[in-house]
Design a protein around this ligand. Structure first.
Ligand SMILES: *Cc1c(COP(=O)(O)O)cnc(C)c1O
Length: 397
């Protein structure tokens, strides 16, 4: 072999005994021993890898772990796909489920990107209907009026108002009217709430948030309960629309998942302490946190959530200026438009995540000018409270 070929060809990888951790397999394709083996892998009669967009050992390991977590307790585990982002997971799912003429029943206080995506689907002939999904009568009315609703798409707790919808009840309603229920479980994670166990058909995730947990990558996931639907509808769209995740992000998520149960406990403990503290503060008009006993949806929360999570929002007395000034006074908490990291993150929805939504509509969903969203981290809670207190004191009403 010539020197230049030696540089090009990789040596055979010795496989003595397996590594303790899932290896990061950075390869765009996989080698066939023979044309016969290649043909068998292509037609699915023999398991194997083909091309990185279709699957990869690291990516598949992340998908399988997320599916196992979401499907824990089901007779058959869920079927998972690891995606390039939360939005890739949501887009893949909605495109697989809806066609021209079908409609999506959803709600106003969605993650901004998801809301815009559903609006964009109008160009493909897919309509949108909004309802207050905590109001089961209203949901049933919409399902009765619009038999073309193919999907009920929801987030619970919602962003940033932390409203909670009754998953078991809505799953039954959706199925009764021939629709499927898709739940974005990013805020709760399967440690707190398992929508598939409550009757949902598909769960989607932005693993960018709690599953990764350390703010080091963008990725997402889909977990589906029905194998046939998974194989025939979801997988082809996943493979062809180009939304598959990459091994590096999968590897980061696999690392993050190891501490997810511990982190969710600490996020929940810290968030409750912060919420209780904020409730007592003279500058604070309202606190939204699923762990507070006077939460408007506490009956639903008690039924379906094991912990209350790290997300909360609160309204300052005073308007937009008050919200902006508070944000600028924070020193310990980080001003950034993401959530679910180990450190405490703050966002002002009116000027950041929800700035594109007309003020009237934003207000009608409870996203007021002085609403602050907090992703409470796992630090010493005294440091978080001290920072909020000093920022509130420095923000004159
Ligand atoms: C961030 C987020 C998304 C979008 O996920 P990306 O990973 O940013 O694409 C979707 N839903 C919720 C609830 C989110 O917080």
């Amino acid at each position: 072999m010539k020197l230049s070929s030696l540089a090009t060809r990789d040596p055979a990888v010795p496989t003595f005994n397996p590594p303790h951790q899932v290896p990061l397999v950075a390869a765009s394709s996989f080698v066939f021993e023979s044309i016969e083996q290649g043909m068998s892998i292509f037609d699915g009669s023999v398991p194997g890898h083909l091309y990185g967009r279709f699957g990869n050992p690291t990516v598949d390991a992340a998908a399988a772990k997320i599916a196992a977590l979401e499907g824990y307790g089901l007779e058959e585990p869920g079927y998972g796909l690891f995606c390039a982002s939360g939005m890739a997971a949501i887009a893949t799912t909605l495109i697989a489920l809806c066609g021209p003429g079908s409609k999506i029943l959803t709600h106003g206080d969605l993650y901004g990107g998801s809301s815009s995506l559903i609006d964009q689907l109008a160009a493909q002939g897919i309509g949108r209907i909004d309802a207050d999904i905590r109001n089961c009568e209203e949901v049933e009315d919409k399902l009765t009026e619009h038999p073309e609703i193919a999907v009920v798409y929801l987030e619970t707790p919602s962003n940033p108002t932390l409203r909670c919808a009754d998953l078991a009840y809505i799953a039954d309603l959706a199925h009764h009217y021939g629709a499927l229920l898709v739940v974005d479980n990013t805020f709760a994670t399967p440690i707190i709430q398992q929508p598939l166990l409550l009757g949902a058909d598909i769960v989607v995730h932005s693993t960018t948030k709690y599953m990764n947990g350390h703010g080091t990558g963008i990725a997402g996931a889909i977990v589906c309960r029905d194998q046939e639907f998974f194989e025939e509808k979801l997988k082809p769209i996943y493979r062809l629309y180009g939304g598959s995740g990459n091994p590096w992000d999968a590897w980061l998520v696999l690392n993050g998942l190891k501490t997810l149960p511990l982190r969710m406990e600490r996020h929940s403990d810290n968030a409750l302490r912060v919420a209780e503290h904020l409730l007592k503060h003279e500058h604070v008009a309202r606190v939204h946190y699923p762990g507070l006993p006077d939460h408007t949806d506490c009956a639903t929360i008690g039924k379906q959530m094991k912990l209350h999570g790290g997300m909360l929002s609160f309204e300052l007395k005073g308007g937009l200026e008050m919200g902006k000034r508070f944000m600028n006074q924070l020193k310990f908490c980080t001003l950034t438009p993401t959530l679910g990291d180990v450190d405490t993150l703050v966002l002002h929805p009116a000027t950041m995540s929800h700035r594109g939504i007309p003020r009237e509509i934003r207000l009608s969903h409870g996203i007021t000018d002085a609403l602050i969203r907090l992703s409470v981290g796992i630090e010493d809670v005294e440091d978080i409270i001290e920072d909020i207190d000093q920022a509130l004191a420095a923000t004159k009403a």
